[in-house]
Design a protein. Structure first.
Length: 317
């Protein structure tokens, strides 16, 4: 069964990461069962370890980035990555995924929505203020609050595709995705969640496309995250505490540092697969979300605070 995914291009880096990993694992069937086994998670993590540094070096708001991502997805590149994946495990170098100390901040303010109309037109959109309230500046006459995503630029290497420069957009992990089959959209999916966006999207897409799970079931399962090493700490494998003890211990036995930081990731980074729509041919559209009532109440409170801040800003102008 062939699917075609339409995702955000560079400088969005999330799709470059999870699409490459999915291509590397294209022939895997993951035992035909759950994705969250010791062997499956170890294999996905090792693929992440191989691909992430290449994406980090390739993506930015420059014309050559699109070519670099296409080259990364080319058959010879994928073949080389598969050969490395089947070989002895390699240690991960400490390479910062985002370069941003706020990448895991609970104050991140990103939202996602997906809508479909009666004619089958689909919009799948992610917008981000970066940290809450963004820059606190409204573009005159628009009501649009500008973000504060300058921290997502590279500031140390002028040759880096993500180096800060006039007219450039900083790269981002946003990953709005629409999946097609035989030219028709079959589902749309997206997520807020900072550095956890690509791993959440990878799990949701593998569950839905490879294992055939319904979206609601796929996005409600235990969430895991491969946290690449940074200058502050080393590489780790994070998961919600609902991950069975035996799987956590099995991953530790394979050399992973396993961290179980919380009951549900949304409490810290809102890495919830929101705005997910199943679009069956000739049938009703099914919306799926894993947000709890507590999450909704928090979102309403933040929205109210945001609206009050906008009113005050407009009044001051």
């Amino acid at each position: 069964m062939l699917f075609r995914s339409v995702c955000a291009p560079p400088p969005a880096q999330g799709p470059a990461l999870f699409l490459t990993i999915m291509k590397v694992l294209e022939d895997e069937r993951f035992g035909g069962g759950t994705l969250r086994t010791i062997e499956n998670l170890d294999k996905i993590g090792r693929a992440w370890r191989l691909v992430q540094p290449q994406v980090a070096r390739a993506v930015g708001d420059v014309p050559e980035s699109r070519f670099a991502v296409e080259k990364l997805l080319a058959p010879d590149s994928i073949r080389a990555l598969r050969e490395k994946l089947s070989g002895p495990p390699t240690a991960q170098k400490k390479v910062s995924w985002s370069g941003d100390v706020w990448a895991e901040s609970p104050m991140a303010a990103t939202t996602h929505f997906a809508v479909v109309d009666a004619q089958g037109n689909v919009v799948c959109a992610t917008q981000s203020q970066s940290l809450h309230f963004g820059a606190g500046v409204i573009a005159p006459g628009t009501g649009v609050v500008l973000n504060d995503s300058m921290s997502n630029f590279n500031f140390t290497d002028p040759q880096h595709p993500n180096f800060v420069a006039p007219g450039r957009r900083p790269r981002s992990t946003i990953s709005p995705t629409i999946v097609f089959q035989q030219g028709k959209p079959v589902f749309a999916i997206g997520i807020p969640g900072a550095a956890r966006i690509p791993t959440a999207m990878l799990q949701g897409l593998l569950d839905r496309l490879t294992l055939g799970r319904p979206l609601a079931e796929a996005i409600g399962d235990t969430r895991v995250h491969f946290n690449s090493g940074t200058a502050r700490d080393g590489e780790s494998f994070e998961a919600e505490r609902s991950l069975p003890d035996g799987i956590a211990e099995g991953l530790r036995a394979k050399g992973w540092r396993v961290v179980l930081p919380e009951d549900r990731f949304p409490r810290r980074t809102e890495a919830t697969l929101r705005g997910a729509l199943d679009i069956p041919a000739g049938g009703p559209v099914a919306a799926a979300t894993e947000r709890s009532e507590e999450d909704y109440q928090l979102a309403r409170a933040f929205d109210l605070l945001h609206a009050l801040a906008l009113v005050r800003q407009l009044a001051a102008n």
